[in-house]
Design a protein around this ligand. Structure first.
Ligand code: AMP
Length: 282
């Protein structure tokens, strides 16, 4: 497995792969890999000859008050896991390699980015769209795999790829949970034992809400979301949002809505966690 630290080296690999007629898949990550990330590598391997995993804690998607500096990192472990899962290369640049000090070009998505996490993290998706565009130009993949764990991010990337005509197939992989149904996240490492137990309220309450919506109908969504908020608060979660929206548009559901996205974000201590579930109405 190759490890590239510079844009030039990564681009040379990409050019050689294209010349050799190899199909390349990209799995963008911020590292500290867990089974959720590794499932993306497995899916990427099914769709391509070569899988490139990027490991980059992207500073432009963190606000100054967020956890950029303490974001967990363990490159050696990540490297071993990527190798075991059959990645062909890791792209792990320093921030200074990715961003010129006076970079003034950014990629925005203007609609979906204002919803859900975008309300409390107003610069987040600009950072995501910009870094993913850069990665697409550096790795030049045929396919890129993202996780349903970050449902809003996946929707925004799909929109960006459509709107900017990136010739890349986007695959969204299912959300992977631990045996207690906690959505796997690198940030789970921040949780102490009590918080780990408390955080199980997220999946428990959205699973119950899904059943409730399916049995009583979309008219009751506001009251069901209120119940979820109350449940989370009971377990010391500080709710950022609990929303149930059309999974395509992130607008309020209508009679035409085919699928709902029930999404939550809440803090346990200082750790902000997200979770979501899709609800098929057809
Ligand atoms: P991150 O390193 O958190 O930026 O995540 C990198 C990619 O892995 C994103 O596309 C995430 O949606 C995906 N991912 C993270 N956690 C999970 C999970 N529990 N299940 C599925 N995909 C995940």
């Amino acid at each position: 497995m190759e490890i590239f630290r510079t844009v030039q080296d990564m681009q040379n690999f990409a050019t050689a792969a294209i010349r050799a007629g190899k199909k390349v898949a990209l799995v963008p990550t911020m590292g500290f890999l867990h089974e959720g990330h590794l499932s993306l590598i497995d899916i990427a391997r099914e769709h391509a000859d070569l899988v490139v995993v990027s490991i980059f804690v992207n500073p432009t998607q963190f606000a100054p008050n967020e956890d950029l500096d303490k974001y967990p990192r363990d490159f050696q472990r990540d490297k071993d896991l990527c190798e075991l899962r059959g990645a062909a290369a890791i792209f792990a640049p320093e921030a200074s390699e990715m961003y010129a000090e006076n970079q003034t070009t950014w990629v925005y998505e203007e609609k979906l980015s204002t919803k859900l996490c975008g309300k409390s993290r107003p610069i987040h998706f600009r950072g995501v769209c910009t870094v993913v565009s850069k990665l697409f130009n550096i790795v030049r993949p045929d396919v890129a795999v993202f996780g349903q764990k970050d449902a809003q991010q996946a929707l925004i990337i799909r929109r960006m790829v459509r709107d900017l005509n990136f010739p890349i197939e986007i695959i969204v992989a299912p959300l992977v949970r631990d045996k207690n149904n906690l959505a796997l996240s690198s940030r789970n490492k921040y949780l102490d034992e009590n918080q780990q137990k408390d955080a199980l309220v997220l999946s428990r309450s959205i699973f119950a809400a899904k059943e409730a919506i399916l049995s009583v109908g979309i008219g009751e969504i506001p009251s069901i979301c209120e119940v979820v908020k109350t449940e989370i608060a009971k377990f010391h979660g500080i709710v950022d949002y609990v929303e149930c929206l059309d999974s395509e548009t992130l607008e309020e559901p209508t009679e035409a809505t085919k699928e709902l996205l029930l999404a939550v974000a809440a803090k346990f201590g200082t750790t902000r966690l997200i979770d979501n579930i899709l609800i098929n109405l057809e």
